[in-house]
Each structure stands twice: as structure tokens, then as C-alpha cells.
Design a protein around this ligand. Sequence first.
Ligand code: FES
Ligand SMILES: [Fe+2]
Length: 388
Amino acid sequence: MKKEQQIQIFESVFEGLEKQKQKKDADGITHQINADRYTSSERLGQEKEVIFKHFPIVTGPATQLQKAGDYFLHDLADVPIIVMRGKDDKLRAFLNMCRHRGVRLLEEKEGKVKRNIVCPYHAWSYNTEGCLQFVFHPQGFSKVEEATHSLIELDCWVRMGMVFVVPNPDLKGKINIDSWLSEVYAITEGFEFGDFYPFHKTEGKLDCNWKLLVDGGLEGYHFKIAHSKTIGPYFLDNMSINTENKLHSCIIFPKRAMKKMKEEAPDEWNFRKAANILVHIFPNTVILIEPDHIMVVSFCPIDEKTTAYTSFMLLPKEPVTEKEKEYWTLNANIFWNAIKEDNEMAILQQKSFNGYSKTHLTVGSYEKLLLQFERLVDEALKGKELQA
Ligand code: FES
Ligand SMILES: [Fe+2]
């Protein structure tokens, strides 16, 4: 983020504090959204089809795949995906499906392929670049060759230490990842992130709709209440600054320490220390930029009431000593203690809606980003092309 924008944000926090005192920090406009957007299985089916197959989604940390043959699987977009580093050092994504009669090729969630991926059914084999290498009794298969029967490749890019994949092979070559992520770059440019070393990978299931989990990150109105026992006291109450984005939201949560910085010269202001910066990468990933690392959490729907999450930290370098590992584990625990509180709220919302969803919910001026996200989902379902 450009220094001028950082200074502007500091200034809007100082202004916001004054406005808060006069109770003039919001326009007070409220909106309604229907609760059944979190319970409809038909809608969830459309979301899976339209949103989770057509946009680049984060599948895991790139640095986990250091050497040729290293791979991880991703199945959460209902498409079986292998992400693998080839002998040529390039990361690629393929459908995890044999080109003969479709057997799933790799079952272990992560690992290393020594030379070739060998299908367990009739031993057709593919190298680490996805190229067909061997057909058992090939005289039985005319016109089956590398050019026509290699693994089906998906669009795959590494950006900011994360592997983005578009799960629909028909869209290969159609998306420009750098224009898609341009808003994210505008936020992260100028920040130092180092090696994006992955640490503390976790995953699990939560009993709520995936959108509720995204919603929870898009407002700071709940901090003082829902996080009163964890991170709440470290942040300014109900104070967050949104940058003007069309697609990927950015919300900045200033810490209490920022108040003191008012006395310092703007050139001395250390933005990453003074605030946590949350970026929602549409559709389903939230990254939290902390002073010395990044937390990444992605939410994929299992059904309308259940979501799978995956998460990892991206560190500036590999922790080597026990002390370093302890430091990062402590950081992870602080984060998860707060996130658990967010998740619990989403689960309580879902519990209500599972019992009764023929109602509308009220979204106020402090929750505009949440509304924008929900609208983008609706626009995508209506077939509108989304662009940053
Ligand atoms: S299904 Fe893979 S070799 Fe036959
Ligand atoms: Fe929260």
C-alpha cells in the first residue's frame, strides 16, 4: 500500500475517533438481507457451480511444494485437483483422474511422486508435468498418445505464496490472474513478506454456511463484544476503515496503539504494527496481514449448512530453532482463539436459520462490506461478469 494511502488511513482513524465521540461516525442506513440465502440447498448448488468452479481459488501454500514431484490434493471445490511441481520446476494443477477410465490417481493428501504417477487400475502413467508416459499393451489403444491423453490441466498460478487454481478446465487460459488480483496487489505492494514459508496448516468442518464465515471477517462492529476475552481489548472499538474496492474487500482494524501514534510525525507511523489488515479475496479466502506474517483461511461449502475450512500461516522464513517455532505457534493460537469466537457466532446464526429462515436480517452502516460481498455473490449467480 502506498505511503500516502497509509497516512490517509491513519488520518481517517483520528477523524473517526472524533466523530465517534459526537456519534456522527455513520450514516445509519440499514439494509435487509433474507436469511434463506444461508439455508437454501438450491442456492448452494448454484454457488458451488458458478462461484467455486469459475473463479481462481486458493488451494494451498506454494512453498510446501519445493522439489519436483512434491504435490498436494484439493477436493473442496468438488473437483479433484492435484497441484504438483514438475521436473521443470513449474507448478501445475491437473484433474486427479486417469485419462483411461477415470480412476482417481493419487489418494494421499500430500506427498511426493518419485518419477511417474501410475494409475492403480491398468498402469497408465504420467510424469510430474502431467504428460502421458506409458500405456499398458498400447496396441489395444490406437490414437492414445501424449498430445491427446495427458492429464487435464487447469489454470494455476502462484501469487503471494498461495497457489490459485480455476477448477473448471474449460476456462483454461480465459482468466488473467494479475488483473483479477489487482486490488489485492494495491493493498500489499510495499509490504515485506519474505519467503511465504507455510506453517501451522489446519483444516476442519464447521456447521454453518460458508458465506456466514466470510461475513464475520468483514466488520469490526463485533470486536468489543464477541472478542472481549481475546483480541477485543487490543483494538479500537468499532473502528475500521474500508478501502474502496470493487471485488476483493480490504478492511483495516486499527489497534489501540494507533491513538498514541498521533503524537508522532506521519513518517514514523508503522502501518502494519498499528493495524491488522484483512483482505477478502473473492470468493472464499480471507488473508490477515499481521505485523510480521500472513494468516490465510479459505472456506469451501460442503452443503448449505456445513463448510470445510483450510488455513495456513505464511512466514517470512522457515522457523528453525525451537524458540522460533514456539513464537509462531503462539501467534497461531492467538489467531485461532479469536477465530473460534467468530466461528461460534456463525454457527449460532446457522442454528437459528436452520429452525427459521423466512425472515430478513438487518445490516447496518458498519457492515457495508458484508453487504457488498453478499451482493457480489448474487451478481455472480445472475451471470454478471465480475472484475476488479
Ligand atoms: S483407469 Fe487408469 S489405467 Fe485404466
Ligand atoms: Fe471477529
